[in-house]
Write a protein that binds this ligand. Structure first.
Ligand code: SF4
Ligand code: SF4
Ligand code: SF4
Length: 312
């Protein structure tokens, strides 16, 4: 029992969810589902991968599009509706929760950085991800017919380039410059993850960039309630992305790790928007004279405290 408790305590809840998601994405037994996308960065060429990587699928579509269009195919036939539809559906429902809770490469960077310096990457670098999404994932594959982001992807190196030659000795004689370059990029990413918090997620990942486009409009939203905030700054110190959640709680750089929702004063909540709507209705009911059930020592006495309304 003691051992079990120690094992459970080894990781926080989010760590265990990331662990299970990583196993699910690399179960080996589910490899019959490689035609489907799991909305995280998990290399398709990993021997144990269960699903396709959405970024790999987007690149392959872009790489095939030019030839198809030249051969007279209609534009609609080269648009990867299935991959885009999967990504839009997940991000419209969950924003970037996939980054904070499911993605194996996000988790890998967190594990590397656990004992590292844990610096925050400069905010301006978060815009580089959009360049990553457009140039090596769409434009270059379209013009060259090759999936260039995958050729250099550190997750591909970790899950594909390293285990493949170990499992298939015949491949070793075919390793060339690109293999060494990819490994060098992985080494740089690991070194960076030791210094900065999730540097690949923050400055490079095209999938994270795609999810960011929906973070403000998704059905899952984080809300900040300034009536409860006492400016203790805990959320600012905890945020791995250097965001001040009091000012920009649904920032495009947010990875939805939900660390800021550990606010001891309950000033930051992350939940589906229908719960917001229910809460608003409850607030309206309170203002109509129904007793407040949420009064705490934090909000009682503040200018818009409902208990004061109720007592009038
Ligand atoms: S931004 Fe990070 S967590 Fe999100 S998909 Fe990319 S690697 Fe994974
Ligand atoms: S942790 Fe909560 S109370 Fe403290 S600054 Fe953040 S929102 Fe305000
Ligand atoms: S704002 Fe909150 S959820 Fe977003 S990255 Fe920072 S701590 Fe995580």
């Amino acid at each position: 029992m003691r051992l079990l408790r120690r094992i459970v305590a080894w990781l926080p809840l989010r760590g265990w969810v990331q662990f299970v998601s990583t196993l699910f994405a690399n179960s080996y037994f589910l490899s019959g589902f490689k035609g489907f996308c799991y909305p995280v960065l998990n290399c398709w060429s990993c021997p144990t991968a269960s699903f396709a990587c959405p970024i790999g699928a987007l690149q392959n579509s872009a790489a095939a599009a030019r030839l198809s269009l030249r051969a007279g195919a209609p534009l609609a036939s080269v648009i990867p509706f299935y991959v885009l539809g999967t990504l839009v559906l997940f991000s419209a429902l969950f924003g970037r929760l996939m980054c904070g809770w499911l993605c194996p490469f996000g988790w890998f960077q967190e594990l590397v950085g656990r004992r590292g310096k844990r610096l925050r990457i400069p905010r301006w670098t978060t815009y580089l991800r959009y360049v990553s999404l457009v140039v090596p994932v769409l434009v270059i594959p379209y013009y060259t017919g090759e999936a260039w982001f995958s050729k250099l992807c550190p997750m591909g190196a970790l899950e594909g380039s390293i285990p493949q030659p170990l499992l298939q000795p015949d491949l070793r004689s075919q390793l060339g410059m690109m293999w060494y370059l990819k490994l060098a990029i992985l080494a740089v990413t690991i070194a960076a993850a030791y210094v900065w918090r999730r540097p690949f997620c923050g400055a490079v990942c095209p999938l994270g960039a795609f999810f960011s486009l929906f973070v403000r409009y998704s059905a899952w939203q984080t809300r900040f309630d300034d009536r409860r905030c006492v400016d203790c700054q805990l959320c600012v110190r905890n945020c791995p992305q250097g965001i001040d959640p009091r000012r920009d709680v649904n920032s495009h750089a947010c990875i939805s790790c939900l660390e800021c929702t550990k606010c001891p004063y309950d000033a930051i909540k992350s939940q589906p928007i229908w719960r917001d709507l229910l809460a608003k209705e409850a607030g309206t009911a309170r203002r109509s004279g129904i007793t407040c059930h949420e009064a705490t020592e934090v909000c009682v006495g503040k200018p818009d405290c409902h208990t004061q309304d109720d007592s009038k």
